[in-house]
Design a protein around this ligand. Structure first.
Ligand SMILES: [Zn+2]
Ligand SMILES: [Zn+2]
Length: 300
């Protein structure tokens, strides 16, 4: 099974992106993406085109960013059968978050909690109390995502580990949240190409990609490629496809984000202990990029 590369969060002129959805699709096709979700704010962007045009685009996953502006709670829905109306006008973050998740389910979609630290809107406690979401963004390429946390607020990966440590099954995704395809590309702007997922789907259809993702059969990346990733209760093994002379360290972590093993070089392996509640790997590149594998739960 080959890896399929996809970005699950991007905008077009159907909301506040700067180019038309057809051109967004062309950008991703030209940069080697196999699938894409045009997750416009409060708009289910579905492109109609003849097959001859569609085959020039990545596979398009039907999705939407359900956006409650009153509390800055944004939830992506993937595989939606219809447009979802965001709960608006409430000042209760948890109620808004849960309602949007439930509405995404009612429309046949999988829910992902977006950029929790954007305007510091969604706290660790909100994420612990909410239910029914399959994914959370551990990396979002928008310039105001505050992925790293700071000033007393946990980073997104740290929050993810705290959820996993409570036995929550939630997968961590990396996304672009791209808005700016024209003009200068800089860290101040929300440009494409920064965060993506690599999914092990048996075929390139929306159903197959989302089914593999729902099972956690994927990894998230900001630049590190893993041609090989085998995860079982006996052993986790991964291989890194190096970028020129970059160097790599793989860190295996278990509950509370505690490090249980690390390895330098282009391969890493770890034999999980029965005492670990879960194990996951983070690959760190000397370029500053990363890959995150999904947790293996050992207590099941
Ligand atoms: Zn958003
Ligand atoms: Zn967005």
């Amino acid at each position: 099974m080959r890896w399929a590369k996809g970005n699950l969060h991007t905008h077009s002129t159907r909301s506040d992106g700067d180019i038309a959805p057809e051109h967004v699709s062309e950008w991703y096709a030209a940069h080697g993406y196999d699938f894409l979700c045009l997750s416009d704010h409060d708009h289910l962007t579905v492109l109609e085109a003849p097959a001859s045009v569609q085959k020039k685009w990545p596979l398009l996953i039907r999705g939407q960013e359900v956006t409650s502006r009153s509390v800055n709670v944004h939830v992506n829905g993937y595989g939606l059968g219809k447009e979802v109306e965001a709960l608006e006008g409430h000042d209760d973050v948890l109620q808004t978050l849960q309602t949007n998740i439930d509405r995404i389910h009612a429309a046949g979609g999988l829910a992902s909690v977006n950029h929790p630290n954007f305007r510091w809107a969604v706290s660790e406690n909100d994420l612990k109390r909410a239910s029914g979401y399959t994914f959370m963004e551990v990396y979002n390429g928008h310039s105001q995502a505050n992925n790293s946390g700071g000033g007393g607020r946990a980073g997104t990966v740290e929050v993810w580990d705290r959820l996993l440590s409570e036995g929550r099954r939630v997968w961590g995704i990396a996304v672009d949240d791209a808005h700016h395809f024209t003009g200068e590309f800089s860290s101040e702007r929300s440009n494409p190409g920064r965060g993506w997922v690599q999914v092990r789907a048996p075929k390139l259809t929306e159903a197959a990609v989302l089914e593999a993702m729902e099972k956690g059969d994927f990894y998230s990346s900001t630049g590190v490629k893993l041609p090989e990733l085998r995860v079982s209760k006996d052993e986790i093994v991964l291989e890194i496809d190096p970028e020129a002379d970059a160097r790599y360290t793989t860190v295996f972590t278990c509950q509370n984000g505690n490090e249980v093993s690390s390895a330098d070089g282009l391969t890493a392996r770890y034999k999980p202990s029965r005492l670990d509640r879960y194990v996951r790997a983070t690959v760190l590149s000397s370029r500053g990029t990363r890959a995150w594998t999904q947790p293996l739960f050992l207590s099941e």
